[in-house]
Design a protein around this ligand. Structure first.
Ligand code: CA
Length: 225
């Protein structure tokens, strides 16, 4: 069983991680909300333990995004705040349970056991990334825009996935080259531009709303039109 722990306080991380690993749970840690989002989408976890107050992206917002992506992984929220309003915010965001800090490790463990039992009966849905009517299925490795199925090679898929994971962010050519091709950009290659053009033909050409944007001198981005 693999657990993602999203928590920014090192002492709490240490306490939970150590306890979970003693119980035989594989545990990965994200120290802020953004990193948590990235890992939650990219990797498969059996459970996510999510703190509320986090850098960059708070736990409620992160939980909402996880649900928007169609992920049904059980989410256990950790909160230092115990008021009814906070509980409701957590459940509204799609959390399955919550635990008020400070807590005994045995209590955490009991909740984890209940949640994992409940989720083992769930049918896993696909992991989807969606921008406007463009949809990427990370499990099936398929892409579609509206009703149109789009055929992509492995590299084209990787590039589109990288852009979509960074929705709205302008990403420079060197960064794309490094993250998608694992090469440094100073080799004078135009591979990034070539592939962006291919993607444009495949996902934008036949549609009125263009999703891929060029920012001259800065790089590329993908966003809602
Ligand atoms: Ca915190």
């Amino acid at each position: 069983m693999k657990i993602l722990l999203v928590e920014d306080e090192p002492k709490v991380v240490e306490f939970i991680k150590k306890g979970l690993e003693e119980q035989g749970y594989e545990t990965e840690v994200a120290y802020d909300g953004q990193m948590g989002e990235r890992l939650a989408i990219k990797e498969k976890y059996d459970l996510i333990i999510l703190d509320v107050i986090l850098p960059y992206l708070n736990g409620y917002e992160l939980c909402k995004r996880i649900r928007e992506k169609g992920l049904q992984v059980p989410v256990l929220m950790l909160t230092a705040l115990g008021s009814t309003d906070d509980k409701i915010s957590g459940f509204d965001a799609g959390a399955d349970d919550y635990l008020v800090k400070p807590f005994e490790f045995a209590e955490l463990l009991a909740r984890i056991k209940v949640l994992s039992k409940r989720s083992s009966g769930l049918i896993q849905t696909s992991r989807l990334i969606k921008i406007a009517d463009l949809e990427l299925d990370l499990d099936k490795k398929t892409a579609r825009r509206g009703d149109k199925i789009i055929d992509l090679t492995a590299k084209e898929f990787a590039l589109l996935e990288f852009l979509m994971m960074n929705k709205g962010k302008v990403i420079s050519r060197p960064e794309i080259a490094e993250k998608v091709w694992d090469i440094t950009f100073d080799t004078g290659t135009n591979v990034v531009d070539v592939y962006i053009n291919i993607l444009r033909k495949k996902i934008d050409k036949d549609f009125q709303n263009k999703l891929i944007q060029t920012r001259i001198g800065l790089g590329y981005s993908i966003d809602e039109p």
